[in-house]
Design a binder for this molecule. Structure first.
Ligand code: ZN
Length: 430
């Protein structure tokens, strides 16, 4: 691939020998921190505990291309990490016995630097230059993003064991530096009186920050760690749950961000997707804590109404359709038979036809023994399994309701605010 060829080329230019993977592997090979995630070979990024609750005016700052910048600024490459020079051995990665060369520039890090500079100084600038025609600006934007992909891939070059230049201590060093600088940034923010309410990998959520203090933090990080912090977005408000990576926020231009958006799944029936978007629209209108309380009650009402409608089947059948694409012929599913395949077989039997891969099968969850039928064979709404749709509604909304502390009661089928997990008073104290 292109990156590999470029790196080989750099070796030739510099008159370096291209190392064999086993040569890299014979070097000092120490892992300092065990990965927490299964299947990972080295420690992951840092995610700090969120402060649960609703927070207004939250500025999200992030480190611009954190890992590539670390590669470049900290001279990390397969040959500079644990290099053979004695005098470099004191140049340690924080909290480890891994050292980094201070005599020679690393190939990977140099390459990352060249591409990053071209991206930032040339194409990113051009893509934002108002004096250039729009079409051309967009073209520069495409290049700029393509270069970003390449730079990010460089981290993979040393971090993925399928690559020629894979060297675990180097990959570990990158993530450790990442964890280190984000910790240092939080410490500094605290010291300056900025309130950090959440942090994930390369970003910090800062509540209601003083502009000058924020500027000072950016300057401090730039001077001290040679890394660029920039404002990523501003949330009019954000609601954090006590779980990591589980929150939503409304940006200052009205966009709703939900971490791992559930309602976007394509196999959600139109009716349920509508309810989801109604809830988002409600959330978008919130300007203060008083409105937030009102909106929360409105959302509970929306859910209760949707549940009643599903029970009384006061919804057109079309609105309950789940569309799934057949990925192979129905007789090629041998181990398991997914619901949509069951429905497809029913349709084939009824019409005496064979459906081809790529066919969009439209299914309804029904009360028959299969629990499913193609819409073409559903004669009346009586056949619809309301319970299954209510479950689907709940699972679609699960994440957003968890953040909002709204609990759906499965037996009474009434949504209420979850008072057990966290009292409302406590929740609204922020
Ligand atoms: Zn050295």
């Amino acid at each position: 691939n292109w990156i590999r060829n470029r790196i080989f080329y750099l070796h030739r230019v510099k008159n370096y020998l291209i190392p064999r993977p086993d040569e890299i592997r014979e070097k000092k090979w120490v892992r300092h921190f065990q990965p927490v995630t299964k299947g990972k070979k080295y420690v992951g990024a840092l995610v700090i505990d969120p402060k649960p609750g609703i927070h207004f005016n939250v500025v999200v700052v992030d480190f611009a291309s954190l890992y590539p910048s670390i590669l470049k600024e900290y001279n990390i490459s397969y040959e500079t990490v644990n290099c053979p020079h004695k005098e470099c051995m004191s140049n340690l990665v924080p909290e480890t016995t891994t050292w980094i060369c201070s005599r020679k520039k690393g190939l990977i890090s140099e390459f990352a630097g060249i591409i990053r500079d071209i991206r930032v100084n040339v194409f990113k600038r051009l893509s934002k230059d108002e004096n250039i025609p729009k079409a051309q600006r967009e073209f520069y934007g495409v290049i700029q993003r393509a270069l970003k992909v390449i730079i990010n891939a460089l981290y993979g070059v040393i971090g993925a064991d399928t690559f020629q230049f894979y060297y675990l201590p180097a990959a570990e060093a990158v993530t450790l530096y990442g964890r280190y600088v984000i910790k240092k940034a939080i410490e500094k923010a605290d010291e300056m009186g900025l309130e950090v309410i959440y942090g994930d990998t390369d970003s910090l959520f800062i509540k209601n920050p003083d502009v000058e203090k924020l500027d000072n933090l950016v300057t401090y990080i730039k001077d001290r760690y040679r890394l660029q912090l920039e404002i990523d977005k501003i949330y009019k408000y954000t609601v954090l749950s006590s779980r990591k990576k589980n929150y939503f926020g409304i940006t200052d231009n009205g966009i709703v961000d939900i971490k791992g958006l559930m309602g976007k799944k394509s196999n959600t029936p139109p009716y349920i997707r509508d309810i989801f978007y109604q809830i988002l629209d409600k959330l978008r209108t919130v300007e203060d804590i008083g409105q937030f309380k009102v909106v929360k009650n409105d959302i509970i009402k929306i859910i209760n109404e949707a549940e009643s409608k599903l029970i009384s089947k006061d919804i057109p059948l079309e609105e309950l359709v789940i569309t799934v694409t057949l990925s192979k012929k129905t007789d090629q599913y041998t181990k398991t038979t997914p619901q949509h395949v069951k429905a497809a077989r029913m349709l084939e039997r009824a019409l005496g036809i064979k459906l081809q891969p790529g066919h969009m099968i439209r299914i309804i969850k029904t009360k028959n023994s299969e629990g499913v039928a193609p819409i073409e064979l559903v004669k009346s709404l009586d056949q619809v399994d309301s319970k299954k749709y209510i479950e689907l509604l709940h699972s679609t909304l699960e994440q957003i309701l968890e953040v909002l502390e709204i609990k759906v009661n499965r037996r009474r089928k009434i949504a209420t605010i979850d008072e057990n997990r966290m009292s409302l008073d406590k929740f609204f104290k922020f």
